[in-house]
Write a protein that binds this ligand. Structure first.
Ligand SMILES: [Ca+2]
Length: 145
């Protein structure tokens, strides 16, 4: 009797340990997927200035923010960070049309209210984006594209 209880307690402790280890491994696996996997584009778009209220690791090609990323971000993006490997051009209309603003690899625009293209601000207008073609020099953050 005492022996059975002890065996059960041991099995339970062993199971708990296994679950704990699995949890740790899963955490490690998902962290490394986040760093190197397809989902980690490094592109962050935010509803508010200074990188507040963000969607992280959004796709590199987004033709329609409302349908592909988050409905509330359509015409609402106020800051951007691009930690992808390429310059991304962010456009005011769907499907890569209209005024565009470049964000180079490793660059950010933390307050689009201060970024003017064609005489008006790029704040709360962005509706699509895509990598900027060509192998030329990187444009400065905020350059028209
Ligand atoms: Ca906004």
């Amino acid at each position: 009797m005492g022996m059975r209880k002890s065996g059960l307690a041991s099995a339970t402790a062993s199971l708990a340990l296994t679950i704990g280890v699995m949890g740790a491994l899963t955490g490690t696996a998902s962290a490394s997927t986040g760093a190197a996997g397809a989902a980690a584009t490094g592109i962050t778009v935010c509803k508010d200035a200074y990188e507040q209220n963000c969607a992280t690791n959004v796709p590199g090609y987004v033709g329609d923010v409302l349908k592909q990323v988050r409905p509330d971000l359509q015409d609402s993006i106020s800051s951007i960070r691009n930690n992808s490997a390429t310059t991304i051009c962010f456009y005011e209309h769907n499907n890569y049309v209209g005024r565009g603003v470049a964000v180079p690899s490793g660059g950010a625009l933390v307050n689009l209210s201060g970024t003017y293209v064609g005489g008006s601000s790029m704040n709360d207008v962005i509706s699509s984006w895509a990598p900027l073609g060509g192998g030329g020099p990187k444009p400065p953050p905020g350059a028209a594209c």
